[in-house]
Write a protein that binds this ligand. Structure first.
Ligand code: SF4
Length: 294
């Protein structure tokens, strides 16, 4: 009997007949497959029809501001085998996808590895993660994943615990980022499209500006200021954010500018930033539809 320790939660449950914190057993469940252009523009080329995005059911984080907590921690969706997942990679590739964008993949790492060993797409494979990864698990992805698109949500576990139900986020996001860096020593572009490398995302939360600054310091320490970062302003209080008055609002222009000023001070040259107007639920794909739609 194999007990699950895929991610830093270490639930140690047998996923053949039960599920842990992530809410799913060991059968791959897909919530949605689509071509879309919501990701950073360097991930798709001019001729691409968007990112070939596969949204997996379940999540190993428990963000109180998640707009889809109930759905993201349920097993609602379409069950597929690794062979069928490999077929979906091919289908997206044939449909003109510029990459295979695996969203919230962590809890299905072993099954995704199996699928990627059946068929490794010719387009970049993106590991689009909340950053709550175990370094040992990231090691298994060497040679299979081309781009790490990882969140770095918090620099202080007190916030990670309060807002994402994790008491060991910070050490794991940092140590996993070091392994990602070992695998992807530099960012490689072909015709202005990133084909291998790392993008680190950080969504600025209201009030937690000092923590955002500490996150930028950590990214700088681990990857240096040549790293590609994405500083997001799109936070909208959703889910249970209303229970936490300090984060129950959008960020202010001053808060965002303060974080951007620190990125500038650290010398980050490759930073994606957003207009504050982008804080809208229009960025959120419709998860009510579970069927594959291309
Ligand atoms: S993948 Fe799921 S069951 Fe396994 S340790 Fe992480 S949260 Fe727990």
């Amino acid at each position: 009997m194999k007990l699950c320790e895929i991610c830093p939660r270490n639930c140690k449950i047998n996923r053949t007949d039960s599920s842990g914190f992530c809410g799913v057993n060991n059968k791959i469940i897909i919530r949605k497959v689509m071509l879309h252009k919501y990701e950073e523009p360097i991930l798709t080329g001019k001729k691409d029809k968007g990112s070939g995005t596969i949204f997996f059911a379940g999540c190993n984080l428990g963000c109180v501001y998640c707009q889809n907590y109930d759905v993201s921690h349920s097993n609602k969706g379409k069950e597929v085998s690794p062979i069928e997942l490999a077929d979906i990679f091919k289908m997206l590739e044939n449909a003109g996808a510029g990459n295979i964008d695996l969203v919230s993949p962590t809890h299905f790492t072993e099954q995704i590895i199996e699928a990627l060993k059946i068929y490794k797409p010719k387009i970049p494979v993106i590991w689009n993660t909340g950053g709550y990864e175990k370094p040992k698990t990231i090691e298994k992805l060497e040679g299979l994943v081309d781009i790490y698109l990882t969140d770095f949500k918090y620099a202080n576990n007190a916030y990670a615990l309060k807002y994402s139900k994790s008491n060991n986020y910070v050490e794991n996001v940092k140590n996993s980022l070091k392994i990602m860096k070992k695998q992807q020593m530099k960012n490689v572009f072909v015709e202005n499209k990133l084909v291998s490398g790392i993008i680190v995302r950080h969504m600025v939360l209201p009030t937690l500006i000092k923590d955002s600054i500490a996150v930028l310091d950590s990214i700088n320490e681990i990857l240096g200021n040549e790293a590609i970062i994405s500083i997001m302003s799109q936070y909208v209080p959703m889910g249970e954010a209303y229970k936490y008055p300090e984060i129950n609002r959008r960020i202010t222009p001053l808060e965002y500018k303060t974080v951007l000023a620190h990125a500038n001070k650290l010398g980050f040259k490759n930073a994606f930033i957003q207009e504050l107007e982008s804080a809208s639920s229009s960025y959120t794909p419709d998860f009510n539809s579970i069927i594959i739609d291309l």
